[in-house]
Write a new protein. Structure first.
Length: 360
């Protein structure tokens, strides 16, 4: 049996991962986190193990006691985190997978490459929608173009999806803050949650999107050297909330406010009050351009099945490691490890519709 320790295993994403892996043959799940009550309750429901785990208090010894083969780290936000958890896993000789969405965290995971290879383990950062899904789309459709020169893509979340405090803090950390992205062949400054515009999604209609800082901006130029422009956006379903956050981005930009993370709790509480006006439908789109061709890839996820999408990479990777299909070692961003077909197979039975259209 392959023992998989899921840190934050009862959280929004961790719960999905724990539930899926608990039904996988030859895998034993250990639901873990700082709350013993929450870990124990989910473990009882899934008939699996649980442990209280505090990443800031004796985590290395906890790994020795639990002896996992794989650790899945879902306890964000990853902004400001170091690689202490990944290093502890390497020292213990177990594989490490995280759902990090922080640009620098994912881009610099290669600093652990040699240490991971020396221990014969795989260390993967960013096993989430970006850069894993976005890279899978690029890899799947690259042969449709002579060269992909521009990508324009984004995610719009369902209002009724569960939103955690860590995710809210992660978003607020870059609202109004400058960051660079590749535009017309050179890195240029843009600002978080600005670039306000609307995208028209099949079945869902028009939704607002704004600039979002993600790992792809740092790791894609080397993997896809033909790219000249990378623009990624995120969006909230309720226009009032999305545009309200856009308005808050301006004083941060103008006056150099350190950040909005301190108001994450009231912001999340205020957002939850609008659930009655929202839906359970979310979407991902990716527009690829090269020469005279433009391709549009979309996923429309209904009935609150959207949150399954960022969980798929860690589930698939754990299953591949457990059954011996993945024997890579070293440390890397999560690109080229999960194919688009594997995504589709893992989401079979969920209300997620995939589509790709190529225009000449």
């Amino acid at each position: 049996m392959t023992r998989v320790l899921v840190i934050g295993g009862y959280g929004n994403f961790g719960k999905v991962i724990s539930e899926r892996l608990a039904t996988t043959d030859d895998i034993t799940v250990i639901v873990a986190g700082r709350s013993s009550d929450k870990a124990k309750a989910l473990a009882a429901k899934l008939d699996c193990e649980w442990r209280r785990v505090d990443l800031n208090d004796g985590f290395a010894q906890t790994l020795v006691d639990i002896t996992p083969d794989i650790v899945i780290h879902t306890a964000g936000p990853f902004q400001g985190q170091d690689y202490a958890v990944a290093r502890a896993c390497i020292d213990q000789g177990c594989h490490y997978i995280d759902l990090a969405d922080d640009r620098e965290f994912v881009a610099n995971i290669g600093t652990l490459d040699q240490a991971a290879k020396d221990k014969g383990v795989l260390v993967v950062a960013g096993a989430s929608s970006v850069p894993c899904l976005s890279a899978a789309v690029m890899d799947e459709y690259s042969d449709q173009f002579d060269a992909i020169e521009e990508i324009d893509y984004g995610i719009t979340t369902a209002q009724k999806s569960e939103r955690g405090l860590a995710t809210t803090r992660a978003v607020l950390s870059y609202v109004g803050k400058p960051f660079t992205t590749l535009i017309d062949g050179r890195m240029q400054d843009i600002y978080g949650w600005q670039g306000l515009h609307r995208e028209d999604y099949p079945e869902l209609g028009k939704r607002w999107l704004s600039n979002c800082n993600i790992p792809d901006i740092a790791v894609f130029p080397e993997r896809y050297p033909s790219l000249k422009t990378i623009r990624f956006y995120a969006g909230l379903e309720i226009s009032l909330i999305h545009v309200g956050l856009w308005l808050l981005s301006w004083p941060v930009r103008w006056f150099g406010i350190k950040g909005l993370q301190k108001i994450a709790k009231p912001m999340l509480a205020a957002s939850n009050m609008f659930d009655v006006f929202g839906s359970e439908n979310s979407a991902f789109h990716m527009r690829l351009k090269g020469g005279e061709k433009t391709g549009l890839f979309t996923i429309i996820a209904k009935n609150n099945d959207g949150p399954n999408i960022p969980c798929i990479p860690s589930i698939v990777l754990s299953q591949k490691i457990a059954n011996g299909d993945l024997r890579d070692t070293g440390a890397q961003a999560c690109m080229g490890l999960v194919t688009l077909d594997e995504y589709k197979d893992a989401l079979a039975g969920y209300d997620c519709a995939f589509n790709f259209q190529l225009q000449q």
